[in-house]
Design a protein around this ligand. Structure first.
Ligand SMILES: [Zn+2]
Length: 443
């Protein structure tokens, strides 16, 4: 059967990568005083399109950005969809009539972005007709309860994920804003064995790459995702020819779109690098043919490529598959070294966890592993906020707690500068000036 992009757009991604990872790794590898909204807000239905009234978050320790000093007991004042003032309690006057959210003892940062998620589980299907309560519950469980106001879906059914995004953007459903890749493209005969017998669209030559990328972007994809290295069989990785990668990235860039790549190993990472890919969607700890190429992190930095670590994915899979502890440890060491060498070289790290594939949604382990890799709290905060904003062209609007920025805020139940796991202990999340998650309300 001839498999086209249109077929793929209707095809659910099946993401059992059990054997892939076995192969790869084994080879080496609150504030109760606050009253929010009408009762339907509790059920996950947004209040409508009218701008939210002024809201003052008071008493919190504010981290305005990764490179700015904290404000010990500050005030963030929002009005409509924007932040209008940030400062100490003496500096910011709260207008009469403003709602107040007492955040004494809590911490405020900018809203988080998760740059590697998937909307492929059954609960996301029929997004155009699912109830707002159902969808908001699903968003809360996987994303908003952990502070994510924006996500990058790196592979799913494009029409369905676009419907999900429209439900959120239409202020009908409380959830994160969604950037989606939709279909994933593979080398010739390069569909990962764990997805077969389905076949992903194959980029057989530069001309075909240009045509299929064009179709996906015409279909509404926001970014492009390539498998530059794909476990086409359990014991071998298909590599996308560099001229094909170049043709795909050139066409995407002509349309103003970024390109992400799944590398599988160092050779796949090199194909992405040489082909002009913008973002590597994973570290590449598997070692099928020998030690990983330690020149890659610096070369990636020199090329302006960003990296999404997905460090938790490797031990998650090792545990799920029952791999020997030594193999899991090797994957951890390799992936941590890649992240550290990359950031030491000045590379741009984008936070991402592969949730939606991973059914354990909690990002706590990712924060712990990033810390163990040698990253500081400001570096991790940057990967969650300012760096995704920069890479996705939103720095003028988001990523910092500052007047004039969009009112995208996370309120934490602890200080992540003292304990990095506090990044996962979220009390409230604001997006566009609305509270889209409250632990008090959502449990
Ligand atoms: Zn993924």
């Amino acid at each position: 059967m001839c498999f086209t992009v249109a077929d793929w757009l209707r095809t659910e991604v099946r993401t059992s990568r059990r054997t892939f990872l076995r192969c790869g790794l084994m080879a080496g590898a609150a504030a109760a005083s606050f009253e929010y909204g009408r009762s339907h807000a509790l059920a996950g239905v947004a209040e409508g399109a009218e701008p939210p009234p002024p809201l003052a978050l008071t008493g919190a320790r504010i981290y305005p950005g990764p490179d700015a000093p904290p404000i010990p007991r500050g005030v963030v004042l929002t009005s409509g969809k924007a932040i209008v003032a940030v400062g100490s309690q003496e500096q910011v006057s709260i207008p009469s009539g403003a709602r107040t959210l007492d955040c004494t003892g809590l911490v405020v940062t900018a809203g988080f972005t998760n740059c590697h998620v998937h909307f492929t589980e059954a609960k996301w299907q029929a997004a155009n007709s699912a109830t707002a309560t159902h969808l908001a519950g699903a968003f809360s469980a996987m994303l908003t309860r952990y502070g994510f106001v924006r996500v990058v879906d790196t592979g799913s059914s494009l029409p369905n994920t676009r419907d999900l995004g429209h439900r959120v953007d239409g202020a009908n459903v409380l959830g994160p804003q969604i950037i989606t890749a939709g279909p994933n493209f593979v080398p010739p005969a390069g569909t990962p064995f764990y997805l077969q017998p389905a076949r992903l669209p194959e980029l057989t030559d530069p001309g075909t790459a240009e045509t299929l990328i064009e179709q996906a972007l015409d279909g509404g994809a926001d970014v492009v995702k390539l498998f530059t290295g794909s476990f086409a069989r359990q014991d071998s990785i298909a590599i996308m020819p560099v001229d094909v990668v170049r043709a795909a990235t050139a066409r995407a860039h002509q349309r103003g779109k970024l390109v992400l790549a799944h590398p599988s190993n160092g050779t796949g990472a090199r194909a992405a690098l040489d082909g002009g890919v913008d973002i590597l969607a994973h570290t590449f700890p598997s070692e099928l043919t020998g030690p990983w190429d330690r020149s890659l992190p610096v070369r990636m930095r020199e090329a302006g490529m960003a990296l999404i670590p997905t460090l938790k994915l490797w031990p998650y899979e090792a545990q799920r598959l029952g791999l020997a502890p030594a193999l899991a440890e090797r994957a951890r060491v390799n992936s941590a070294a890649q992240v550290k060498m990359f950031t030491d070289a000045g590379g741009q790290l984008l936070f991402g966890t592969d949730v939606g594939y991973m059914t354990d949604y909690d990002p706590t382990d990712e924060y712990v592993l990033l810390g163990r890799a040698g990253l500081s709290f400001p570096q991790i905060l940057a990967a969650l906020t300012t760096e995704p904003a920069s890479r996705f062209g939103r720095s003028a609007h988001s990523g910092r707690v500052a007047a004039g920025m969009d009112a995208e805020l996370v309120v934490l139940d602890g200080d992540p500068d003292r304990d990095i796991t506090a990044l996962a202990r979220v009390r409230y999340v604001l997006q566009q000036g609305r509270i889209i998650y409250s632990r008090t309300l959502s449990g």
